[in-house]
Ligand binder design. Structure first.
Ligand code: UGB
Length: 444
């Protein structure tokens, strides 16, 4: 896929020890210059250099890169840079201000992956109803980081601050929990995408397994312990079809352990192919729109026996409602000081649209909205972990918090296309969509 090739081809940032040392020394020098204004002696510099060397060694043994891919490089960089971001009084004030609720009994929620697609929508919805929301995101380059920055700007307009850091950074997480007694964590930071797992498997382990465990480790010792929603995004069977699904399944098993041993209240949500405004450019509906408008061919997959593939495409506003419903019904964790006091809540829900649509139909809807005929290449689905069909049973989410999706694919895609042409400044090319779109809910 073109996006993936582009990412793989981007030049990784320089992480040589010299660069880290220079960056760290410059940080140390800045700290020292405020604390000990006049004391810039040679001796102090030597001590600083020694401390820097020890710390870099410490970082290296505690955070071994899982591979040389750019995601892990980002994690390592964020670990070091967070020491700088997390040190100022102004930074702490922003953290506190953003996470303070503005309604009686409001939640104080840490949203990981807040600059992501679902994370940004949920953050806005929660903030709008008066909850305190603090974002955390590592702004990695799995897809165009400028889209993540634009979401960050939107959130910032609504007084939501996003801390730039990684869920693998225990020091940063502990610092955030020292500053804010979070009532909930909405954990949406993950390596997504089914097909990209073939190219960069360790990125999935790093975010979806190691990062998740790191977050649970911090949450288990926090006082009060937060409730965590969701701990997983997707899985479909006990025999996952892709590494992506396997890491999500592992997340569910790990969650069970932390619930059982430490009394953390945990809720897993399995999202089914979420789409909508501010969506992810690596997903088919998004790059089909782009390619159709550019007159480029698109690959429409069929199964090995040439049947159509279908997805339970779910509009992002419905997913937000599900996330909020799960948060509102999450019980308190029961542990304290790393010890469980009583059994705690452990739940898993499907959040889907319950109405699968074939990829052919998806393309037909886009052709109508864009008034352009797609150049379709019908090909057999590569054997890379994709499944032919998804269909969510949401009866438990309905029973427990009234989850009921209300947006069909044609309505949701119209809202997406309206956002797309506005965001990329090409309104004139698909005018009909703008004129006929009413009753906008999504944050665009
Ligand atoms: O809910 C999930 O479990 C996952 O949803 C999403 O995966 P998918 O459902 O596979 O969505 P997406 O890639 O948009 O492909 C849509 C359809 O187009 C087909 N497809 C895809 C590419 C292509 O070139 N041609 C094509 O026909 C393809 O075969 C598929 O039938 C998230 O990316 C993932 O992170 C995870 O959240």
């Amino acid at each position: 896929m073109q996006y993936h090739t582009m990412i793989g081809g981007s030049s990784p940032p320089d992480t040589s020890k010299t660069t880290k040392l220079e960056r760290y020394n410059s940080y140390i020098r800045r700290v020292n210059s405020t604390k000990l204004l006049q004391a810039s002696s040679k001796l102090l510099f030597r001590v600083t250099l020694l401390v820097a060397l020890i710390l870099i060694f410490f970082f290296t043994i505690n955070y071994p890169p899982l591979s040389s891919d750019h995601h892990n490089i980002h994690s390592t960089q964020n670990f070091i840079s967070s020491a700088f971001y997390g040190s100022g009084a102004a930074w702490e004030k922003q953290v506190r201000h953003s996470s303070t609720p503005r309604r009686p009994n409001g939640f104080s929620i840490l949203v990981t992956g807040a600059a992501g697609f679902v994370g940004s929508h949920c953050s806005l919805a929660l903030k709008k109803r008066g909850d305190g929301v603090l974002g955390l995101d590592n702004f990695n380059s799995y897809y165009d980081p400028s889209l993540k920055r634009a979401r960050q700007q939107l959130l910032s307009k609504h007084q939501i601050f996003i801390v730039e850091g990684d869920i693998n950074d225990a020091q940063l997480l502990n610092k955030l929990f020292d500053i804010v007694p979070f009532s909930h964590i909405l954990h949406l930071a993950a390596q997504a995408g089914v097909r990209y797992a073939m190219q960069n498997p360790l990125s999935y382990v790093n975010s979806n397994v190691a990062g998740f465990v790191n977050l649970l480790e911090v949450a288990k010792s926090a006082d009060p312990q937060p409730a965590i929603v969701p701990f997983s995004e997707t899985d479909r069977t006990d025999q996952p079809a892709s590494l992506y699904a396997a890491t999500k399944k592992a997340g569910e098993e790990i969650a069970h352990t932390y619930n059982h041993i430490y009394g953390l209240s945990l809720t897993g949500l399995r999202f089914f192919t979420v789409y909508g405004p501010w969506g992810r450019p690596d997903m088919a509906y998004f790059f089909f729109t782009k390619d159709i408008l550019h007159g480029k061919g698109i690959n429409v997959y069929v199964t090995q026996d040439e049947k159509e593939v279908a997805r339970d495409f779910t509009f992002v506003d419905d997913i937000v409602k599900g996330c909020v419903g799960a948060l509102d019904t999450a019980e308190k964790s029961t542990g304290k000081g790393g010890k469980k006091r009583a059994p705690a809540q452990l739940r898993v829900y499907n959040l889907g649209n319950t109405a699968p649509v074939t990829v052919g139909k998806l393309v037909g809807i886009l052709e109508n909205l864009l008034s352009v005929k797609a150049k379709k290449h019908v090909i057999k689905m590569p054997r890379n972990g994709d499944v032919p069909f998804t269909h969510a049973n949401v009866s438990q989410a309905y029973r427990d918090f009234g989850y009921k999706p209300t947006t069909d694919l044609a309505t949701g895609l119209r809202k997406f296309v309206k956002w797309y042409v506005g965001y990329y400044g090409i309104e004139s090319r698909v005018k009909g969509v703008i004129d006929s779109t009413t009753n906008e809910h999504s944050h665009d």
